[in-house]
Design a protein around this ligand. Sequence first.
Ligand code: DON
Length: 317
Amino acid sequence: MYAQQKKTAISAKNQITERVLQEILQQNKQYASQGKVADYIPELGKMEPDAVALSVVDTNGKVINVGDVSKKFTIQSISKIVALMVAVREKGEAAVFENMGYYGSDKPFNHFGNLEITGKPLNPMMNAGAILTTSMIEGDGEIPFQKILKMIRYITNNNTIDYSKTVYLSEKETGHRNRGMFYLMKNNGLINGTEDQLDNYFKQCSIEVTAEDLAKIGYFFANECVRFDGDATYKSTDLSKLIQSQMLIAGMYEFSGEYARRIGLPSKSGVGGGIAVCVPGKMGIGVFSAPLDTHGNSVAGYQMILDLATQFGLNVF
Ligand code: DON
């Protein structure tokens, strides 16, 4: 649906308040019925289709939450932006992208992309590139996963965050395409380690978060990797530019181009129903609603972001 065509009863306001967010949530939660909860990972199929949450961390770092904000869901592919941050901080961008492209794609997130042709993943947002990225983080066994978890806990300032063992085991048991990519990259000489490295990817996808946690992640990358409470331990303008550019070109997979046209904000979705959004230099937005469209993006989540971006003129273009 075109942003210009979207009907809304809410008039333009210049301040984001709980009341405005509540209106946006109420007007868009109906869209959940147009989507389908992911069930290709059996544990994900058990998610409640009616839970909806919207969270904003505003320009002052203030958190505004509405809806089912205490509802936890798995972060899934949104973990890929944090894994990319950890890998680039350790190895440098040149090394991380030595065997991976900066390409967008018209293919879904679990497509093999160029692996059979150039031997290299298209980008770090699709599964192949994300598995490669996590495999580059240093440390044996579970250490790379622990580093990603620690970074997510830091960014959200939420030490209660952990992963769901049942979702992890469900992913491990059924992630045959991901395993195929892992071994093809091993065959191509891009990955040298054991299947522990793939397990780390499954574990990072199984980390449980709330919409508020996602808004804080969005805020962090939107604001030069400075945390919502002002902590600047990891401040890096360059890293935030890299991550946001990847979110813009591939964060919503094959829908990224159309999403950039309609919403114009770097965003990352996950099949758990979450989307983390950066409003560069300003805010972070986190949404949750489990039913997905055919691209694997939350339907009601997308509509809430569209309303928010339209009403407040957030589109960076
Ligand atoms: O690899 C998978 O299939 C999932 N663990 C993550 C995929 C995902 O979230 C794609 N995003 N929309």
